[in-house]
Design a protein around this ligand. Sequence first.
Ligand code: AGP
Length: 615
Amino acid sequence: MCGIVGYIGKREAYPIILNGLKRLEYRGYDSAGIALYDGSGIQLCKTQGKVSDLEQKVSSHINTTGSLGIGHTRWATHGVPNDINSHPHYSNSGNLVIIHNGIIENYASIKKELLKRGYTFQSDTDTEVLVNLIEEVKKQEDVKLGKAVQIALNQVVGAYAIAVFDKNKPDEIVVAKLGSPLAIGIGEDEFFVASDATPFIEFTNNAIYLEDEEMAIIRLGREVRVRKLKNDKLVDPYIQELKLNLEQIEKGGYDHFMLKEIYEQPSVIKDTYRGRLLAKKGIVKLGGLEDHIQKFVNANRIIIVACGTSWHAGLVAEYIFEDWARVPVEVEYASEFRYRNPIITEKDVVIAISQSGETADTLAAIKLAKQKGAFVYGVCNVVGSTISRETHSGTYTHAGPEIGVASTKAFTTQITVLTMIALRLAKEKGTISQSNYMKHLHELELIPDHVGEALKSDEKIQAIAKVFKDAANFLYLGRGYNFPVALEGALKLKEISYIHAEGYPAAEMKHGPIALIDEQMPVVVIAVNSNHYEKVVSNIEEIKARKGKIIAVVTEGDTTVKELADYIMEVPKTVESLSPLVTTIPLQLLSYHIAVMLGKNVDQPRNLAKSVTVE
Ligand code: AGP
């Protein structure tokens, strides 16, 4: 997820764009850049680092006059964060310059064709390919920029919000959108373009939000012209009058980043498997895995090292890998693994999971595993992070920046990647039947919709939160694939509401914890359709017999548990091995609402940091 800003109008573009980028940094902050039309040519400056680093560099590198410009703050998906991969990107001729938020899935094949036609590339990005495709179309079809953008975008697969201008036509900016947000601010003799309204809300509260597969030619002195990319039909755009304030817009209208990120899960899970999961064709293709698949096939075992929520994702992966790829898996707290002199051999594959890619204990565990000859594979969210560079290979989640300290979308996108790895490995080893393999690919593709359905119970969950917000303790119980989800649900509650909570395998109750049960003890039980369902129902009955209060996560339509539980939170049906991706949703919402009702600082809970870079 990146931030894009553009301006054309009566004012100096530079200060508007720079300030706009600062307001969009929550969307991505690993590199930034700006391109301005100075009256005769393009002044472009870009740098790895934050917008403040760009500001420093601009002051000594370019002339900042001009009333047309575009700017970008990056969250890398293709190409590590460095100066060259930062946006904006020039076309080969230097006439066009583009900024882009999204992922062009078929950029490699387009790049190959453009290379044959003599194009050269400075960066590793999909965006530089796109601007040169537009240039090639413009040349070959002898059309204006707007038409060239339209023809080019009908050849790409993926997600984009782009802004592009031609130095030979400095009275217009062309924008287009599919899958990534793009707002057009309508001012007096001036127009703004941005990922959301924060960069222009002080100048105008009139905005057009482009719909998917729409483009707009923004030209001074006339109305914005919006067209459908597919059939070129003119669209009569709806100009919204914005009522939101700056802070609300940064959070997408949500009260907290955590809630925004909980609601982003349907789209970021889709982003994470976009271009990698081709369910109908029965294909999983992970760039970082293909060259090393035999290491996984021949591995004696897989050791997963991580911390916190990422460790819980690893526990889910243990069930998936052992179930489908039939390879022994051990899941280790990185902080323990690194000090206990573990037995590691060249026949081991280590998977390191980390949202930030900077967790000190996980990094240390990786170094130890490499010293002992293991092949180390990373699953990170931050491109170019230390862990992603320290591992031999890896797969990035495409969750975008996770600002809330409590991990939510990181957890579900990590499980999405780990599931794809396990299914790809099972297919390679022949340990999964073709029908099961295809069924799981199909179900994985449906998960974003299922997560969206689970989110619709928000209000009901809020009412449950109100009943239990003053409890002193909680128990979270789950079996099988949902035992790790019980642990994760307990962690969510602990870290943002400061209520003590413990996650347990449901069957373990009888080995001690059941002594805790009384009418003061809320027990969250994950009781979705599974091989253990009847056993979990028995556990619920045991708790009820001791007056425990039951909050059950059930498969929608469940009638048995509904009779037993005090409260239920329904989730859509899916295959058991993918159920953690939906059962975690109500638990995230429950902890969020309890914390808000208790007046806690949800996005920055006490004593915590987003990334634990110290031991
Ligand atoms: C989870 O909500 C916490 N934010 C924390 O447990 C986190 O998952 C852990 O510190 C690991 O961080 P990482 O994924 O960035 O390595």
